[in-house]
Design a protein around this ligand. Structure first.
Ligand code: NAP
Length: 434
């Protein structure tokens, strides 16, 4: 019998669970813990609410979760409710799949001003993450600045620009939808500290900006490198740069009231404010030398009533687990942290790659565990955890509970939406009585 604890029920967690089932078959006992009473991590609270087709991957995780040898234990905060040491003593192997839920901080003057948010908070707000549901950003001003040129910046820019009709079919939470529909934002500036050849945006996601009902992208043709240089790019990036060229060539669309402006070679230098709230971003013009952004000393300001930095994420340290501060992830060697303790996904490698990248990650780490960990050492596994949970009075949420919560969310959906998410933990827990 292999007793495996997985901490985190997002893609990395469920791919690791799937791998454990494949590895040990009926000899696997896998407990998947989550601090929230609901599963799926980033699929639920990170993937954009208007990207429902991406969220469908949760069905695959559900198939794993429903296997009789896999158990979901939600509403359990590992590191507080139960320690890593306790889990290590109960299970043959513990796999940390906790993702990277915190923003990499924007370390410039003025970052603490009002109406400045990191993408974890802002995305969590419109996706109904209980920690950020009450963020209440002020969308009443005319200028939003989004910092970073990755796919999260695209998600945020697009969500700020969409019409009510364009949200049909999405599961954006109602509180955010109402605020977005009343938004006064007319210009969304996406700041990139490097140039068009260094964007991290993938073509499918970038292409969506060219098809919005009330917003049009704006690219300054002068920022684009010579066309011949695109030949050196890898195919995906070349497609993205071609889209930027299309945006630059398009006639300004006077009919669309919102502009999404790409500002390249633009490094945020400091945030300016009035009365404690942000009013502008002071930007330093850069040049790209040997792939790096180098400041030229020339500065200008971009008006900003709202700033969202989309510059990457960090994992949360857990007591007793070595952590690499600079990288913001667990200290590990190919997923191995300490005997019997492993990590996968963003907790292992940092916030990069697609959802699918986590599958080989999970399978690789499980193979390692199979080779390195001697199972069948009489560990107590889930019976031991249950005894501990009962002693501590933990209110563990099961997968059947989650399915009742999910049914209540589906029943509460507004017309055209797949669900209305509960956005606070007490409401989630209460809904399992349904
Ligand atoms: P990302 O792809 O790493 O992009 C981060 C951006 O922030 C880069 O443009 C980076 O510029 C910039 N940046 C970093 N530090 C900065 C600073 N101090 N000042 C100014 N700019 C700074 O990260 P992400 O957008 O958060 O995405 C995370 C992962 O999730 C990626 O793998 C992404 O593809 C994935 N994702 C996928 C989807 C999708 O497929 N639909 C949606 C969302 C996210 P430099 O390049 O110059 O460092």
């Amino acid at each position: 019998m292999a007793q495996i604890a997985i901490v985190g029920s997002g893609p990395a967690g469920y791919y690791a669970a799937e791998a454990a089932l494949k590895q040990w078959g009926d000899d696997a006992r896998v407990d998947v813990f989550d601090r929230l009473p609901v599963p799926y991590g980033l699929i639920r609270t990170g993937v954009a609410p208007d990207h429902q087709s991406i969220k469908l991957v949760a069905r695959r995780y559900e198939a794993t979760a429903l296997n009789e040898n896999v158990r979901f234990a939600g509403n359990v905060l590992v590191g507080e409710d139960v320690s890593i040491e306790e889990l290590r003593s109960l299970y043959d192997a513990v796999i940390l799949a906790t993702g990277a839920p915190h923003d990499r901080p924007l370390e410039i003057e003025g970052a603490e001003l009002g109406n400045v948010f990191g993408s974890a908070a802002f995305v969590g707000w419109y996706n109904g993450h209980p920690e950020f549901a009450s963020l209440d950003p002020d969308l009443g001003g005319r200028h939003a600045v989004v910092i970073g040129m990755g796919n999260v910046a695209l998600d945020v820019g697009r969500i700020l620009a969409k019409t009510e009709a364009e949200f049909t079919g999405s599961d954006i939470v109602s509180h955010a939808l109402q605020q977005l529909l009343a938004s006064g934002i007319e210009r969304i500036t996406i700041l990139g500290r490097r140039g068009p050849h260094q964007i991290m945006m993938t073509p499918k996601e970038l292409g969506e900006l060219g098809k919005l009902d009330r917003a049009a992208p704006e690219v300054d043709p002068a920022d684009l490198p010579p066309l011949a240089d695109d030949a050196l790019l890898e195919p995906g990036l070349r497609k993205s740069v071609t889209l930027l060229r299309d945006f630059a060539a398009a006639q300004p669309d006077g009919g669309k009231p919102v502009t999404i402006a790409f500002d390249f070679f633009a490094s945020p230098h400091r945030l300016l404010g009035e009365g404690g709230r942000v009013t502008a971003v002071e930007v330093e013009r850069t040049e790209v030398k040997a792939g790096r952004a180098v400041g030229t000393g020339a500065c200008y300001t971009v008006p900003a009533s709202l700033v969202i930095s989309c510059i990457g994420y960090r994992s949360s340290p857990i007591a007793g687990v070595p952590f690499e501060e600079r990288e913001g992830r667990f200290a590990n060697e190919g997923g191995f942290i300490l005997p019997g303790l492993y990590c996968v996904g963003w907790a292992r490698r940092g916030p990069s790659g697609t959802i699918g990248t986590n599958r080989p990650d999970g399978f690789g780490v499980v193979e390692r565990i199979a080779a390195e960990v001697v199972a069948d050492r009489g560990k107590q596994g889930r019976a031991g955890f249950d005894a501990l949970a009962a002693k501590r009075g933990l209110d563990v949420v099961t997968f059947s509970d989650w399915r009742r919560i999910e049914a209540a969310e589906i029943a509460a959906a507004r017309e055209g939406s797949p669900r209305e998410k509960f956005v606070d933990i007490a409401a989630m827990i209460a809904a399992r009585q349904n």
